[in-house]
Design a protein around this ligand. Sequence first.
Ligand SMILES: Nc1ncnc2c1ncn2[C@@H]1O[C@H](COP(=O)(O)OP(=O)(O)O)[C@@H](O)[C@H]1O
Ligand SMILES: [Mg+2]
Length: 99
Amino acid sequence: MSFVEIKNLTKRWGDVTAVDNVSFSIDEGSFLTLLGPSGCGKTTILRMIAGLEIPTAGEISIGGRIVFSSEKRNLYSCKGKGTGACISELCPLAAYDCI
Ligand SMILES: Nc1ncnc2c1ncn2[C@@H]1O[C@H](COP(=O)(O)OP(=O)(O)O)[C@@H](O)[C@H]1O
Ligand SMILES: [Mg+2]
């Protein structure tokens, strides 16, 4: 099992489907880049992993622990997940500096 496991993650706001049935995994110590056009759902995925947005459906596991599951009665907890976010608009570095 990978450190982060994302299964069939979906987020809808009314008629807007921001994230549509996305699955991926991230091994511990590795890097993953979400690359795509504006509005394709990158920020929404990161906000759901960080516990800042509640998914419509799917499952998120971090460190072998399910932190959200729509099927297992929304076992949702932001505490102790060790996640964080750096908002790009507030970051003084250009994209290539970060790479
Ligand atoms: N709080 C929100 N309410 C309604 N729609 C939203 C909200 N946040 C994002 N969206 C919509 O979800 C889609 C994905 O947005 P976002 O995750 O910010 O994309 P990205 O980060 O790839 O540019 C867009 O259509 C955006 O307008
Ligand atoms: Mg974004």
